[in-house]
Ligand binder design. Structure first.
Ligand code: BES
Ligand code: ZN
Length: 638
C-alpha cells in the first residue's frame, strides 16, 4: 500500500514538472520508468560478460574464414582460422578465448612471419586468454591450430555408437562457452560475426554446419560453407558422418544417418507447417532454410538451435510425432536467441523463456489449446520441482530470472528457471495486456532488435515504457521486478487448467481404487497424458502393481524416451527388477543429460544404490559427451 502511494506521488510530481525529464528529486527516489528514452535504454544495454576474455569495446572479429580438416584417426580437427577484425578503439591487442587448443602459429596481414602472442591460462571452464598484438593497419589475423583430446565441444563417435555402425561420427555443441574448445574465438554472445568455411573430411562422409549446407555426399570429401548473417560463436556448429538428406517442404528438410532418415522424415512431417505458423505469429523466418539433423543418441541435449540446422537427439523419434514440441522450440529460437540474443549468460531467460513461450504458441496453433495447456502444466510442475530442489540445495538465488554467474560455469544457470519461470512471466504478461497487444509487441521486438543483443535491464525498461505503462493497472498486476529479480514463484503466476489432465487424474483414481490397468480409458492419450499419469503414480509401489502397469501399457519397452524415463524414475527406487536390463541399456545408449540425471538419481535411491549406479556409469561414461559426463562426474564420482 505504502508502495502504491509513493508511486502515485511520483507520477503526479512528474506531471507537475510538465515534461518527461525527472526532476533531480524524483531521480533520487528512482522515478518510475515513464516514457521511453533512448539514452536511458542504451545505458541499460551495458553489461559485462564474465565468461569471455574478449574486450568488446576495443577490437572485435567481424568475419571468420575457417579452413579445417577432420582427422577421425587422431580424433582432432586441424585448422587455420583467419579473422577480419574491427579495431574500434585503435588498440594494440585483440583478445580471444581458447581452451585446450594446440596453437601452432599466429600471423597477421600487416606483419611478416609468425607473431609472438601472450596466453593467460585460468585452467578452468574459461580456458586460456589469447592476447594477439595488432596495429592500426591490421585487417586480418590468422591462427594455425589443432584441437586436443580435451575439446569439450567435440564428440568423436566410434562406428558402434551410430545407427549404421559402419562409419564414425563427429558433432559439436558450442553453447554456452564451448566454441572456444574447437575454434579460437571471441566466445561471447554479444559479439557477432559472419563466417565461411572449407572443411575436409574422409571420403564418403558428409559435413554440415550452421550455414548453407550440401544435400549430398561430395566425391572428394571437401565441403564449402557460407554464413552471411552475423552470429555469435555459440551458434557455430559442425556435424560429420554418413548422413543423408530428405526435403520436407519448400524451406525445410531433415538430415540423418540413412538408417534413420525415413523415420525422421515421418516424425517431422509438420515442420514446414511449423515454420509457416511461426512466421504468421512473429514475422519472417530470416535464415533461409530450416533443416534439422537427427544425431546419434549420445547428443547431450534434446535440441540445439544452430542457425539453419537444428541439432536434435534421436530420442524424439517416437514414431507417432508426439515429441515434436522440441522442434517447435528449436525453431522458435530462430527469433528468440538467434535474432535477439541474450547479452550474457546471466540473461539466458531472454533466450530460453521466450522460446518456451513461442514454442507453446506454435503448438497451440498446430495441435490446439488443450494440447498446449498440457505442455504448460508439465512446465509448471517442472518449475515447482526445480524451485524446491534449488531452495533445498541452498541455491535459492538461482531461482531468479536474472542470474548471477560471475566466477561460475554458465552451465550452472541451466536449470528449469530460465525456461519455465521465463515462460510463465511471458504468459502472465500476455494474459494481463491481452494477446493482441502482446503479439504486436513481440513481433516488433524481434524486428527492432534483430541481430542485436538484449540485457534483462534493457528488456524490462523497453517492455515497461512501450507496453506496460499503457495502462496504469498493468504494472501492479504483473510485478515485473519481483518476477525478474525475486526468488521463487510470485503468487500471481497464471493457473492453467486442462480437461485432458483432469480425465487422466480420474483414471489414476480409478486405478488406485482397484481398476485393472487395461480397463482404464487411455486409448486416446498422447505423450503429455502418459507423462501426467506416470508423474502422479504413488512414490511407493509394490512389485505386483508395477508388473500389472507394465503388462497393461508396456512402459519398460516403450519406444518413447520421455515415457520410458518417467517410468524408470518411478520404478527404479521401488527396485522393480523387470526394468533393470532396460535401464542399463538406456543409460548405455542415450547421452541426453535431461534423462540421465534423473535416472541415475533414481538408481542411487534404490537398494543397491551407489554401487550399481557407479558400475553402470563406469561402463557408459565413454559413450557420453563431455557436457553430460561433467555433470554426472559430480554426482557419481566424488
Ligand atoms: N539452447 C538450448 C540448449 C542449451 C542451452 C545448451 C544452454 C547449452 C546451454 C536448447 O534450445 C534447449 O533448450 N534444448 C532443450 C529443449 C527443450 C526445452 C524442448 C533440451 O535440450 O532439452
Ligand atoms: Zn532452448
Amino acid at each position: 500500500m505504502k508502495h502504491a502511494f509513493l508511486w502515485l506521488a511520483m507520477i503526479s510530481m512528474s506531471i507537475l514538472a510538465c515534461n518527461d525529464q525527472a526532476t533531480p528529486e524524483t531521480k533520487e527516489k528512482e522515478a518510475p520508468m515513464k516514457t521511453f528514452d533512448e539514452k536511458t535504454f542504451q545505458e541499460k544495454l551495458n553489461y559485462t560478460d564474465h565468461h569471455s576474455y574478449a574486450r568488446i569495446e576495443e577490437a572485435v572479429v567481424t568475419h571468420l574464414s575457417w579452413n579445417a580438416e577432420v582427422d577421425f584417426d587422431q580424433k582432432i580437427i586441424k585448422a587455420t582460422a583467419t579473422y577480419k577484425i574491427n579495431n574500434k578503439k585503435g588498440v594494440d591487442t585483440i583478445y580471444l578465448d581458447s581452451r585446450n587448443l594446440n596453437i601452432m602459429e599466429v600471423r597477421r596481414d600487416d606483419h611478416e612471419g609468425a607473431l609472438g602472442y601472450m596466453t593467460h591460462d585460468r585452467s578452468n571452464f574459461l580456458g586460456t586468454e589469447l592476447a594477439i598484438p595488432i596495429s592500426l593497419a591490421t585487417q586480418t589475423i590468422s591462427i594455425d591450430y589443432s584441437t586436443t583430446e580435451g575439446a569439450a565441444a567435440l564428440q568423436f563417435l566410434e562406428p558402434v555408437q551410430t545407427a549404421g555402425k559402419k562409419h564414425p561420427f563427429l558433432f559439436t555443441q558450442s553453447q554456452a562457452i564451448l566454441a572456444r574448445t574447437w575454434i579460437p574465438c571471441q566466445d561471447s554472445p554479444g559479439i557477432r560475426f559472419t563466417y565461411d568455411a572449407t572443411v575436409k573430411v574422409p571420403k564418403g562422409m558428409m559435413a554440415l554446419m550452421s550455414a548453407s549446407n550440401p544435400t549430398a555426399i561430395s566425391e572428394d570429401g571437401l565441403y564449402n560453407f557460407e554464413m552471411d548473417q552475423a552470429v555469435p560463436s555459440y551458434l557455430m556448429a559442425l556435424a560429420v558422418g554418413n548422413i543423408s538428406y530428405q526435403s520436407l517442404g519448400n524451406e525445410t528438410g531433415v538430415y540423418a544417418e540413412p538408417e534413420l532418415i525415413e523415420a525422421s522424415a515421418y516424425e517431422f512431417a509438420d515442420m514446414q507447417n511449423m515454420v509457416d505458423t511461426a512466421e504468421s505469429l512473429y514475422g519472417p523466418y530470416r535464415w533461409g532454410k530450416y533443416d534439422v539433423i537427427v544425431l546419434p543418441p549420445s547428443f547431450p541435449f534434446g535440441g540445439m538451435e544452430n542457425p539453419r540446422l537444428t541439432f536434435a537427439t534421436p530420442t524424439i523419434i517416437a514414431g507417432d510425432r508426439s515429441l515434436t514440441a522440441l522442434i517447435a522450440h528449436e525453431l522458435a529460437h530462430s527469433w528468440s536467441g538467434n535474432l535477439v540474443t541474450n547479452a550474457a549468460w546471466e540473461d539466458i531467460w531472454l533466450n530460453e523463456g521466450f522460446t518456451v513461450y513461442f514454442e507453446n504458441r506454435i503448438m497451440e496453433e498446430i495441435f490446439g489449446a488443450d494440447f498446449a495447456n498440457m505442455l504448460a502444466i508439465l512446465s509448471y510442475q517442472d518449475l515447482n520441482d526445480e524451485i524446491a530442489r534449488l531452495t533445498e540445495e541452498g541455491k535459492a538465488a538461482d531461482t531468479r530470472l536474472r542470474l548471477e554467474l560471475k566466477d561460475r560455469d554458465p552451465d550452472e544457470g541451466l536449470t528449469a528457471i530460465p525456461y519455465d519461470k521465463g515462460f510463465y512471466l511471458l504468459k502472465l504478461i500476455e494474459e494481463t495486456v491481452g494477446r493482441e497487444k502482446w503479439d504486436e509487441f513481440l513481433k516488433s521486438y524481434f524486428d527492432k532488435f534483430a541481430f542485436q543483443i538484449m540485457t534483462t535491464d534493457a528488456f524490462v525498461y523497453y517492455l515497461t515504457t512501450q507496453l506496460i505503462n499503457q495502462n496504469e493497472a498493468w504494472g501492479d498486476q504483473i510485478r515485473l521486478e519481483e518476477w525478474v529479480h525475486g526468488e521463487g514463484l510470485p503468487d500471481n503466476c497464471p493457473k492453467v487448467n486442462s480437461t485432458r489432465f483432469a480425465q487422466v487424474e480420474d483414471q489414476l483414481s480409478a486405478w488406485q481404487n482397484g481398476a485393472e490397468p487395461t480397463t482404464l480409458a487411455s486409448d486416446e492419450w498422447m505423450t503429455p497424458e502418459w507423462l501426467h499419469f506416470l508423474r502422479n503414480l504413488p512414490d511407493e509401489m509394490g512389485e505386483e502393481q508395477m508388473k500389472a502397469l507394465d503388462k497393461g501399457f508396456g512402459f519398460t519397452n516403450s519406444g518413447n524416451s520421455e515415457i520410458v524415463s518417467a517410468w524408470f524414475e518411478k520404478v527404479i527406487p521401488n527396485n522393480y527388477q523387470a526394468a533393470e536390463k532396460a535401464t542399463e541399456k538406456f543409460l548405455f545408449e542415450v547421452g541426453r543429460r535431461k534423462f540421465l540425471v534423473p535416472i541415475y538419481k533414481a538408481v542411487l535411491k534404490s537398494e543397491k544404490g551407489k554401487e550399481r549406479a557407479r558400475s553402470i556409469y563406469e561402463k557408459a561414461r565413454p559413450n557420453y559427451h563431455a557436457v553430460s559426463s561433467e555433470t554426472l562426474d559430480k554426482m557419481l564420482l566424488d
